[in-house]
Ligand binder design. Structure first.
Ligand code: F6P
Length: 347
C-alpha cells in the first residue's frame, strides 16, 4: 500500500484539522496509508510520526489547532536538512508529502520539490497573505474573533468615554485588521501597508468627541508602520527561525506605544489591548471547516494526479492547483483601493 505523509507547519490556524481529516479520509478511501509527521518539518527531520486512521480523524474538522502539532522549524537551517528529509521519506517509503502551511512552510516544500521530492502544498495562515489563492483558511475564523472582540469593546469603551487601541495580528499584511476592523466598527484602522500619521489618527479621535460620540476604537495591526515610532519599536524586535520579526514575543507592542501617544496628544483617557493568540485559538468557522475540507480533498486528488510542486488554492470559489512558485512570489497585501473603502467610515 502506498504511503502519503502530511505535516502542518508555522503558526496554527483554525481549519488545520479539517485538512488533515479530509486528506486522510480521501487517501484511505482511495487505498493509501496515511502518516502524519509531528510538529511540522521537525517530525520529518526526526522521523517522529503517527499512522492516521479513520478513527483518528473522526469529527476533528470541528476542532481548532492541529492534532499533529506545529512548529516553525526551518529545514534550510539544519545541516544537510534537505538530505535528511529526503532520506527519511525514502526509508519510510513515503510516496508523496502534503505540506500544510504559510509562506515559510510552503517555501521549504518548494525547495524539497526542487530537490526531487513529491510534494503538494496547502496554503494556511490567518494572515491571508499568500498569493495565488483568493483566501487562506483560518482567516475567516480570525476576522470573526476580531469582530466579536470589537463588538464587546464598544460597550465598555463607550461607557467610560475612552479611546481603546486594539492590536491585531498581521506583521506585513493588514487583512485581519482591515476586515475585522470593518466588521467590528473600528473608528480608525491602521495596517502595515499604509504608514500612518499620528496627527491624522488624533484628528479622527478628537472629531468623534467634538461630534458628541465621546469614544473611539482604533484597530492597529501589530506590524503597522509609522516613522516616528520606527526607532522605538526596533528596540523590542525578536526574530524567529526564518528571520521574521516575532511581534507576539515583543515586550512592548505597537498598541501600547500608540495608546500612550494618543493620550498624550488628545488628553483622552486611553487603554490598549492585544488580542494576540485568541485570534487563532478555538474552533474554526463554518466557512473555514468547509474550505479546509475542500482543500484537503483537492490536495489528495493532486497527489493521485502527480501534480507535484503545486498547491491547492481557491480561484473564484473553485479549488484548483497552482504552482508553488506563484504562491511564493509577492505576498498578498492590502491595496490602497481596498483601504480607501474602509477609510470612508473612519472617525
Ligand atoms: O502567521 C500567523 C501569525 O499568527 C501572525 O499573525 C503572528 O504575527 C504570528 O503568527 C505569531 O506567531 P507565534 O505563534 O510564533 O507567536
Amino acid at each position: 500500500m502506498e504511503k502519503i505523509g502530511i505535516l502542518t507547519g508555522g503558526g496554527d490556524a483554525p481549519g488545520l484539522n479539517a485538512v488533515i481529516r479530509a486528506v486522510t479520509v480521501k487517501a484511505i478511501r482511495e487505498g493509501y496509508e496515511m502518516v502524519g509527521f509531528k510538529l511540522g518539518w521537525k517530525g520529518l527531520l526526526e522521523k517522529d510520526y503517527r499512522v492516521l486512521t479513520l478513527a483518528d480523524v473522526e469529527d476533528i474538522h470541528r476542532l481548532g489547532g492541529t492534532i499533529l502539532g506545529s512548529s516553525r522549524t526551518n529545514v534550510g537551517k539544519v545541516e544537510n536538512g534537505f538530505e535528511i528529509v529526503k532520506q527519511n521519506l525514502a526509508e519510510m517509503d513515503i510516496h508523496a508529502l502534503i505540506a500544510v502551511g504559510g509562506d515559510d512552510t510552503l517555501g521549504v516544500a518548494k525547495q524539497l520539490y526542487d530537490a526531487g521530492g513529491n510534494v503538494v502544498g496547502v496554503p494556511k495562515t490567518i494572515d491571508n497573505d499568500i498569493s495565488a489563492t483568493d483566501y487562506t483558511f483560518g482567516f475567516d475564523t480570525a476576522i470573526n474573533r476580531v469582530m466579536e472582540a470589537l463588538d464587546r469593546l464598544h460597550t465598555t469603551t463607550k461607557s467610560h468615554e475612552r479611546v481603546m487601541v486594539v492590536e491585531i495580528m498581521g506583521r506585513d499584511a493588514g487583512w485581519i485588521t482591515l476586515h475585522g476592523g470593518m466588521a467590528g466598527g473600528a473608528h480608525v484602522i491602521l495596517i502595515p501597508e499604509i504608514p500612518f500619521d499620528i496627527d491624522e489618527v488624533c484628528e479622527a479621535v478628537n472629531k468623534r468627541y467634538e461630534e458628541g460620540k465621546n469614544y473611539a476604537i482604533v484597530a492597529v495591526a501589530e506590524g503597522a508602520k509609522n516613522d516616528q515610532l520606527a526607532e522605538r519599536m526596533k528596540e523590542y524586535e525578536v526574530l524567529d527561525d526564518f528571520g521574521h520579526v516575532q511581534k507576539s514575543k515583543q515586550k512592548v507592542g505597537i498598541a501600547q506605544v500608540l495608546s500612550e501617544m494618543i493620550e498624550e496628544r488628545t488628553g483622552k483617557d486611553t487603554r490598549h489591548l492585544v488580542l494576540g493568540h485568541l485570534q487563532r485559538a478555538g474552533n474554526p468557522s463554518a466557512f473555514d471547516r468547509v474550505f479546509s475540507t475542500r482543500l484537503g480533498v483537492k490536495a489528495m486528488e493532486m497527489v493521485m494526479a502527480r501534480q507535484f510542486g503545486m498547491m491547492a488554492a481557491m480561484h473564484a470559489g473553485e479549488i484548483v492547483p497552482v504552482h508553488l512558485e506563484e504562491a511564493l512570489g509577492e505576498a498578498n497585501t492590502v491595496s490602497s483601493d481596498r483601504y480607501d473603502v474602509a477609510k470612508l467610515f473612519f472617525g
